[in-house]
Write a protein that binds this ligand. Structure first.
Ligand code: FMN
Length: 380
């Protein structure tokens, strides 16, 4: 069955246009490090008409590349090539600015012809300078406020004579590292609806000034097709979802990692302090309990992966903790998860999941056409 008949609702809501790039579905699979979203998941999503995203973080240490003496940039190029072998769809790469090798990764991804780079965990002020001249790779900063979007728009224009091709605005319900202070995470004014509106205001200023229409992609806690509809109605051009893609057969994480999502309860999802210097959202487990008691092993820095990591003071090594959960040690490592991970109740496949989102999207159009979003905003 072709995707045209498979996802009629979401296809009608699309396409997502980012410059010359045309994505049939208004859906981006969020990049998930370390090694949770690689070529298998990214190509599966791209094959269904969304943007599939490979996480570049410490990719050379993930099982496929470990021990081969490759740099992250070299491993990333191989992984993009692998994804290209599995799909003709749109493939993106997620890069964290906090990574020491962020510039090399961005250059490598552009050289390898990634369609788009999603860059967050720090403001990507210098990103355009890392991309080879003439590259067609689109650049999409991940921001957590309208202010950050405005700053990037001005900075890139002044310094590089270009604008971001899209923005992802990520709210505090996301998984992994969060671009908020600890005390901001649960503040009503930080709800994704507001952050999306604030970012849209900044892109509108660009358009009103005769500039391009920069698409805004909303991320963080979007779980159902009705949520997708709410954010598209608000003005987002697409949504980015990560947590829901973990418990899929195609996800690159080991089975134990996926089952930890299926098994977790609401109380198991906690905010952790990451050595990166940002709060993060993860599953509580024996490892986090040891960290809480100050009993985690002292840091031996083997990777020098994060430029902002306070190695001497960190209670644990984030790379070791993430790689441990990736090798199946979900009690002994760090398992990042979004606030809605407890709602994941079964294993599925990428086509089944997108089919479910499509049905929910269409039902929400038929049902609560004009009520849901205004209600959500009014109650903030
Ligand atoms: C397991 C996991 C790992 C993640 N790793 C990264 C990452 O390496 N870089 C990044 O920018 N975002 C990362 N994220 C955030 C996602 O890309 C995404 O924007 C966010 O989780 C969306 O919210 P949702 O999970 O509620 O759909 C991660 C999320 C999860 C669940």
């Amino acid at each position: 069955m072709s995707n045209t008949t498979r996802y009629p609702g979401l296809l009608a809501a699309g396409p997502l246009r980012i410059g010359g790039l045309c994505v049939p579905l208004p859906l981006v699979q969020g990049g998930m490090g370390v090694g949770v979203s690689l070529a298998e998941l990214a190509s599966a999503v791209a094959n269904q008409g969304g943007i599939g995203v490979i996480s570049a973080a410490i990719i050379s240490r993930t099982p496929r590349y470990a021990g081969r003496g490759l740099s992250d940039a070299e491993a990333l190029k191989l992984e993009i090539r692998r994804a290209r072998g599995m799909t003709k769809g749109v493939i993106g790469v997620n890069i964290m600015m906090a990574l020491s090798d962020n510039e090399a990764l961005a250059r490598a991804a552009a050289e390898e012809g990634a369609d788009i780079l999603f860059v967050g965990a720090g403001l990507p002020l210098t990103l355009p300078g890392c991309i080879p001249e003439g590259s067609k790779t689109k650049l999409a900063p991940i921001v957590s406020s309208g202010r950050a979007a405005a700053l990037l728009i001005k900075w890139w224009k002044d310094k590089y004579g270009r604008l971001p091709d899209a923005f992802v605005v990520e709210g505090p319900l996301a998984g992994g590292h969060l671009g908020f202070k600890l005390e901001e995470i649960f503040e009503p004014r930080m709800r994704l609806e507001y952050l999306t509106q604030a970012t849209l205001q900044e892109t509108k200023k660009v358009k009103d000034g005769g500039g391009p229409d920069i698409p805004v992609i909303a991320a963080g806690g979007i779980f159902t097709g009705a949520d997708i509809r709410a954010f598209l109605e608000l003005g987002a051009a697409a949504v980015q979802m990560a947590t829901r893609f973990v418990a899929t057969r195609e996800c690159d994480a080991p089975e134990a990692f996926k089952q930890a999502y299926v098994a977790c309860a609401k109380d198991d999802i906690i905010i952790v302090k990451s050595p990166v210097g940002m709060p993060g959202r993860a599953l509580s487990n024996a490892f986090m309990a040891r960290v809480g008691l100050g009993q985690a092993s002292p840091v031996r820095c083997r990777y020098h992966c994060i430029s902002s990591c306070a190695r001497d003071k960190s209670p644990y090594c984030i790379a070791d903790a993430l790689l441990c959960s990736l090798s199946g040690g979900t009690q002994d490592g760090l398992v990042f998860a979004g606030a809605n991970a407890w709602r994941v109740d079964k294993m599925t496949t990428v086509p089944e999941l997108i089919g479910e989102l499509d049905r929910e999207y269409t039902e929400s159009l038929d049902g609560a056409r004009d009520t849901r979003l205004p209600e959500r905003i009014a109650t903030l």
